[in-house]
Design a protein around this ligand. Sequence first.
Ligand code: UD1
Ligand code: MG
Length: 459
Amino acid sequence: MNKPSKPLNVLIMAAGLGTRMKSKRAKVLHELGGSPLIAHVVRAAQALDPRSILVIVGHQAEEVERAVLDEVGELASFVIQAKQRGTGDAVESARDQLEGTDSLVLVLSGDVPMIKVETLKNLIEHHNTSGAACTILSVRLENPTHYGRVIRDQNDSFKKIVEERDASDEERQVKEINSGIYCFESKALFQALRKVEPRNDQGEYYLTDAPGIILASGDTVSVYMHSDAREVYGINTRAELAEFENLVRRGAIRRLMTESGVTFIDPSHAYVSVEAQVGRDTVIHPNVTIEGKCVIGEACVIRAGVRITNSRLGDGVVVKDHSVIVESEVAANCSIGPFAHLRMNAVLEEKAAVGNFVEVKKSRLKRGVKAMHLTYLGDATIGERTNIGAGTVTCNFDGTHKHETIIEEEVKIGSDTMLVAHVRVGARSVTGAGSVVTKDVPPDSLVAGVPAEVKKKLK
Ligand code: UD1
Ligand code: MG
């Protein structure tokens, strides 16, 4: 019978360093599919619409907290586990926050990032219908090495969890493993934790002892066996991380091909984050990397060796080989590259074009602007249909401060013009090749020389 469902609190264990990663960085900060392991877990937690998400942090607590907040904001709060004395101790550190809540506590591990929301919902559903005080998510693995084993009695009911290093030879033969994901009634959990002792090979407080203790106290412990083992793989080594990176990437690319109608010339040599959205009929060539939260429109062409990070591209954009676009916005039908670099909120309005060896930083290129060769545009606003000649530089830095350059519409900037900011070039003006523009240019004027002077009025 269904129990009336209690409020849900999610607790995520993420305090460990992850010794087997052989890294100075906390394991949960290592990235999978472009975001930290912990971000994947909190994302799944958030989708359950819980009352709270409590994250146990320790190693590099500040960085882990930032990674969590970036993903779910205020829904998450944190408890410091100063010394990592085991998973039981990790949950114990949340006693003050959770013990009196009369809630369902879903325990997740920060290093099990592939878990699907659907599976967690099924686990909670199973827990609510079984009337158990604790439900363990298990899977069967052909190679269960390193995992805790779920040991059952002769009636096939739950008996205990035993860690591999504490298991007998016979127990090690068991292929049903503990995923490290559990549902607990808050009261039963914190009562059981009082009885957990560090009597094991590692001398740690094991959360895995809690279900056995709950059973011994007369409550029911249930096991929900899930069929897709890949979802609950814990990442403990670099080799496992690489294997999963490959899985996540293949999954993201497959989804874009089947659901979004994106063409990949060579899917095995493209790197696309799970969060990226790409529109129909866009073609992605080999060795393209699309990282973070990117939105790419329809019918774009992304040529080989391009990297796009946290950026938006409209429909029909062509990005030629080996260009880099970071935190920028490109409107429809623009053309970029080859070898172009857009960064720090570069904005290209419709039909703008930047060519080879052009860098655009924190600048807005309005509709139809062209800058086709060897140019630096920083802290600049460039008016519609203006043409920037080869070798143009906005000299935006005076050694201490950055200054702005404004070029109005339909200007022709001659090759090798230096624009010493702060400076404004009026509409429809022309600068001669090699000009060094140190003061504002009025509209409809031709300037040339070093420093540039008005040579004639054009109107
Ligand atoms: C754990 C389980 C094991 C299960 C496996 C599934 C225990 C004792 N064992 O083993 O049965 O099969 O997960 O992946 O629980 N952590 C803390 N504080 C600590 C210790 C760990 O926050 O004091 C965190 C870690 O950062 C990690 C998670 O808990 O995110 C799991 O710890 P880990 O050391 O990876 O446990 P496993 O050996 O994988
Ligand atoms: Mg682990």
